[in-house]
Write a protein that binds this ligand. Structure first.
Ligand code: ADP
Ligand code: MG
Length: 571
């Protein structure tokens, strides 16, 4: 079909575009980073496909991204010689929302919830212009962000290895057109995107603005970026496209790392931890990994996927290799190795023993970096922990081998922590003489569990109790056998057995002597009879000092909080 076709955008795209156009988001520069990152992705895809189809990157040799400015015409053009898009790919990629990040962005806007950063998780705020702007900044929203600055966008593309080219064009108002293009008007391979800039966005056709943004945002894109100042002039190189991770650490500044991290993660924060090393020995590889400051949008997605990228000899292979365990899925970064064959399929790579060695090595190094921060920069680590601790704790029941190590990395609110957080090391160090258990209480709300009558006897005796409020807590606590030979024990379950620990004399009215007197026995007998349908046992307890009674779960059953979670899950 050689005639043009008119398509409506998917409803969600229309709404997204409407938001883009009317966005009050001041930092519109991000559109350029999004387009450049797509162009770089396209070049990496071509390199990968060319491994199995060598003819694919023939002709127009080395990958590059070229920006052409036309100040008078108020136009900005971006061209790459990457994989390109067929007609169907154009319609699919630029007419729907395929991108999971963009989908999550839309959902977040609809629910009115701001980002899921720890400190914001509790805030109730409805959606406002400010939230939208903040979200655009946090997510970047891909290709469609160019409609923040352009009132018309033309995308002309030729898929590598094909003999046809297509033009996609839209004014961002609900529909797009697609029609065939002359091969002579199209790049020999790849994609050219022309933005007709809005009057108020004409600065994006000026050299000064574009150079500044590229240096600030895209300096470490692994494909060289060139600039043509006026149509017809010679291109000038802005960045050389060398892979940052191949350089030695001493040559790289933290700013370089931060910039690279932002390009890689699609986030705009500064990493809380940067880890860059070269492993030598049986398997050689380079790893560059970052722990973000702000929680990635997909942190609690059900598939719990990680985003570490795998490169073989600088060719991007996949970000689906599960290089790190799920409980470290917030880490962003890459591994590059020469010890895997380039032409191995993605599935075969998964099975490779070389990859197993790499996985183990990178996991150890990330955990060591966390340990180091805990030891040397406690308050930074506490901040990191409050964002990612809930995820790391999943490892306590998933990664048996590293359980003790992960427990040692965990921080807790406890009855003794005050405003801060405590490690289990702290807990064990301050435990009472003869105390063989680590006591905990779990519940959904901190205030609520702090007021539990079950805590009274522990407080009165100065025995520290962990206050667990993350939903993963009940799962690992039930499974964790011990830390430094002390087992975990729920204080809402089974007998408390606190008599061994003396009460200070000042504890007035405390049950110093709960020996079963005849009167107590009589009362207990009566209570058992009356409550026979409701409870399985009634007994005297030294758990309480002020309250008359409390409920506990049986020794061999589930802890009370876990029971509630399981009931909620329909079990
Ligand atoms: P994402 O990059 O996260 O997939 P985008 O909205 O930025 O989301 O882009 C959507 C899709 O459009 C990409 O996944 C890709 O398939 C396609 N695309 C965009 N730009 C290019 C390009 N320059 N070359 C090839 N494909 C592209
Ligand atoms: Mg993109």
């Amino acid at each position: 079909d050689m005639s043009g076709e008119h398509h409506s955008f998917e409803a969600d795209v229309s709404r997204l575009l409407h938001m883009m156009v009317h966005s009050v988001y001041s930092d519109k520069d991000v559109f350029l980073r999004e387009l450049i990152s797509n162009a770089a992705d396209a070049c990496e895809k071509l390199r990968y496909e060319a491994i199995t189809t060598p003819g694919l990157n023939a002709g127009d040799g080395e990958s590059r991204i070229r920006l052409t400015l036309d100040e008078e015409g108020r136009r900005l053009t971006l061209e790459d010689n990457g994989i390109g898009m067929s007609r169907a790919e154009l319609i699919d990629a630029l007419g729907t929302i395929a991108r999971s990040g963009t989908r999550a962005f839309m959902e977040r806007l609809q629910s009115g919830k701001p980002a899921r950063a720890a400190e914001e998780r509790e805030s109730e705020g409805g959606k406002s212009e400010g939230d939208t702007a903040q979200l655009i900044g946090q997510f970047g929203v891909g290709f469609y962000s160019c409609f923040m600055v352009a009132d018309r966008v033309d995308v002309i593309s030729r898929r590598a290895g094909t003999d046809e080219a297509w033009i996609w064009s839209s004014d961002g108002k609900g529909s797009f057109d697609i029609r065939p293009a002359e091969l002579s008007d199209a790049p020999t391979r790849g994609t050219r995107i022309t933005l007709q800039l809005m009057e108020e966005a004409k600065t994006y056709a000026s050299r000064w603005t574009v150079e500044r943004i590229i240096k600030a945002q895209s300096g470490h894109v692994p494909v060289p970026i060139e600039l043509v100042e006026k149509p017809g002039e010679e291109p000038k190189r802005l960045t050389d496209g060398t892979a940052l991770w191949t350089r030695s650490r001493s040559e790289i500044s933290q700013d370089d790392y931060n910039d690279f991290y932002r390009g890689l993660s699609g986030q705009y924060d500064t990493p809380a931890l940067t880890l860059h090393y070269r492993a030598e020995g049986r398997v050689e590889y380079t790893a560059l990994a970052f722990v973000p400051t702000v929680a990635p949008f997909d942190l609690f997605d059900p598939d719990r996927k990680g985003r570490m990228k795998l490169y073989v000899k600088r060719v991007f292979i996949t970000d689906d290799a599960d290089i790190l365990p799920r409980y470290l899925r917030f880490v962003r970064g890459l591994v590059d190795t020469a010890d895997l064959p380039l032409n191995l399929s993605r599935e075969m790579i998964q099975e490779s023993p070389v990859l197993q060695v790499i996985k183990k090595g990178v996991t150890n190094r990330v955990l060591q970096a966390l340990e180091k921060q805990l030891a040397n920069a406690r308050s930074d680590y506490e901040t990191l922990w409050s964002t990612f601790g809930g995820v790391i704790k999943e490892g306590i029941y998933e990664d048996f081998e590293r359980r003790e190590q992960l427990l040692a990395l965990s921080l807790f609110k406890t009855t003794a922590s005050g405003e801060g957080l405590r490690t289990l090391e702290d807990y064990v160090k301050d435990a009472k003489e003869g105390q063989d258990a680590i006591y905990y209480i779990s519940g959904a709300q901190l205030d609520q569990i702090k007021a539990s009558p079950q805590l009274e006897g522990f407080r009165a005796r100065g025995i520290e109790v962990l206050l667990l409020t993350d939903s993963v807590d009940s799962f690992w606590a039930m499974n964790a056998p011990s830390f430094k030979e002390k087992s975990f024990r729920s204080i809402t379950q089974g007998a408390a057995d606190l008599k061994r620990f003396s009460l200070p004399d000042s504890a007035e009215g405390a049950d110093k002597d709960v020996d079963k007197t005849a009167a107590a026995d009589g009362f207990i007998g009566l209570a058992k009879t009356i409550l026979a349908q409701e409870v399985s046992d009634v007994r005297a307890s030294d758990r309480l000092t002020e309250s008359a009674v409390c409920l506990v779960a049986p020794e061999d059953g589930y802890d009370r909080q876990l029971e509630k979670i399981l009931q909620g899950a329909g079990r």
